[in-house]
Design a protein around this ligand. Structure first.
Ligand code: GUN
Ligand code: FE
Length: 454
């Protein structure tokens, strides 16, 4: 990799203020992993001179192409990729018993784990997910293996060894001490990889399958090493009912995590559909983020998150595929289903004579990029194009050979191109995938990476 690269063309991204900004005729300079300048194309000579760069460092996009930030998947079970697209006949709790626990139990087998984990990381990158927050399984060794595979493929990720010490079958359960020790060993091993792109994430599966003691102890690990935390919250009604019986002393579902010290400004709460006002208040106060997983919520018939209400309260929200509760590994699918759920809320509100402003595609594009980065605690590192941030980006080509959609002369500008890509595009339109300045996928093929410092 050249240590400095310059990209020239159209860039599309979001800021906190504006969900969609289109920068035409723009140059972005990237030194190693970091954006060092953003300027108008007519300053290209000056910039090349300033940094003493030859002309051939400039990568010119063709007229139809544009660059967007890489997608951020805030919630995905890497280990469930084997049965992604199957087993959609059950609700969450039966689905866990029938398909999920038996599959995850197989990850004590290193070769099985290697095969599945290599395929899922490859699939995610190919689909433009430059950062993912993954759940592995309860097995420490193969959870570490997942990190090594992510490193090999060059993705950015949060990764968690899962904690489960109750309400699970005896073939897929740990005792509390073993679960805590496994988490400590996992954190140590991932830290020793010294890969700035990979962060260990404390991952108690959900309050149904974790004792109070376990929740507290992993919370202490997160606090000690200043780590992010991920778990599931309030995903479906039967699950919420179980919480009342397994944690009877707590006020509500959110209070189980709060009491255990698990709610921080780096906590990622998947689903969070059936929250009462007090729970939303606590989540806001603690600065936790919510991972909205629309495909999973529809496929497992869990419920319809009201994203607009949470956004209006300034709660951080990102999108997640939640494979294999969700059947698609693509964040484009998460974007589309987020819009459809929001539209469903609008239809239901109208029926009841109420007002509801559905999310625009621009707002949802922001959730899939900048919003996700903020939920993962990476809002200062990635998510959009700003000087000092790392260059995680996708070159999109709406007019590639065998494109998933067509462009007409009625598609007037890049906003039209982006909208069509978000609704109709697929991995064929993702020409190149960059993570931390490195091209990891090019024209549908993985770029085999040499070691990081080369
Ligand atoms: N709640 C606890 N475990 C899981 C899981 O694996 N997937 C989903 N969607 N919800 C969960
Ligand atoms: Fe999940």
């Amino acid at each position: 990799m050249a240590s400095t690269q310059v990209f020239c063309g159209t860039f599309i991204h979001s800021t906190d203020k504006d969900p969609l900004i289109i920068l035409e005729n723009t140059i972005i300079g990237v030194q190693r992993d970091t954006i060092i300048f953003i300027d108008n194309e007519d300053k290209i000579r000056d910039r090349l001179e300033e940094y003493q760069l030859p002309n051939n460092v400039v990568k010119y996009l063709t007229s139809g192409q544009f660059i967007i930030p890489g997608f951020v998947d805030t919630h995905a079970h890497a280990s469930q990729y084997t049965f992604c697209g199957k087993g959609m006949d059950k609700g969450l709790l039966d689905w866990l018993d029938c398909y999920t626990f038996p599959t995850e139990a197989r990850f004590k087998d290193t070769e099985f784990a290697r095969d599945v984990y290599s395929k899922v990381v490859d699939r995610f990158l190919k689909n433009g997910t430059t950062t993912a927050s993954y759940y592995a399984t309860i097995h420490t060794d193969t959870s570490i293996l997942l990190c090594k595979i992510i490193e090999k493929y060059g993705q950015r990720a949060l990764v968690g060894k899962v904690n489960v010490d109750m309400e699970a079958p005896e073939y897929y359960i740990e005792d509390t001490t073993e679960s805590v020790a496994g988490t400590e060993a996992f954190v140590k091993a991932v830290t020793e990889l010294e890969n700035p792109l990979i962060t260990p994430c404390v991952t108690p599966r959900f309050a149904v399958s974790c004792s109070e003691e376990l929740l507290k102890k992993v919370g202490q690990i997160a606090e000690q090493f200043q780590l992010p935390i991920q778990t599931h919250l309030s995903e479906c009604r039967p699950e919420c009912n179980v919480i009342t019986s397994v944690h009877p002393k707590r006020l509500n579902y959110t209070d189980v995590y709060n009491h255990a010290g698990l709610l921080t400004n780096r906590t990622i709460l998947a689903h969070s559909i059936y929250l009462c006002d007090e729970e939303i208040e606590v989540i806001k106060l603690k600065g936790c983020g919510i991972s909205h997983c629309p495909n999973s919520n529809l496929t497992l018939r869990s419920g319809l998150l009201n994203t607009r209400t949470l956004l209006d309260k300034n709660i951080k929200i990102g999108l997640g595929t939640d494979i294999a509760g969700g059947y698609s590994p693509s964040m484009l699918n998460a974007i589309r289903q987020t819009i459809q759920i929001s539209n469903t809320h609008a239809i239901l509100a109208e029926k009841d004579g109420e007002k509801y402003k559905p999310l625009s595609f621009k707002e949802v594009f922001r959730l899939a990029t900048l919003g996700g980065s903020q939920v993962l605690g990476l809002g200062k590192v990635i998510g959009n194009f700003e000087i000092g941030k790392q260059f995680d980006a996708l070159i999109i080509d709406p007019q590639c050979t065998n494109s998933a959609f067509d462009i007409f002369d009625t598609d007037e500008n890049k906003e039209d191109f982006l909208e069509k890509f978000l609704f109709m595009g697929d991995d064929r339109n993702i020409k190149s995938v960059y993570v931390a300045g490195r091209c990891v996928y090019e024209a549908g093929k993985r770029v085999v990476l040499s070691h990081r410092d080369s």
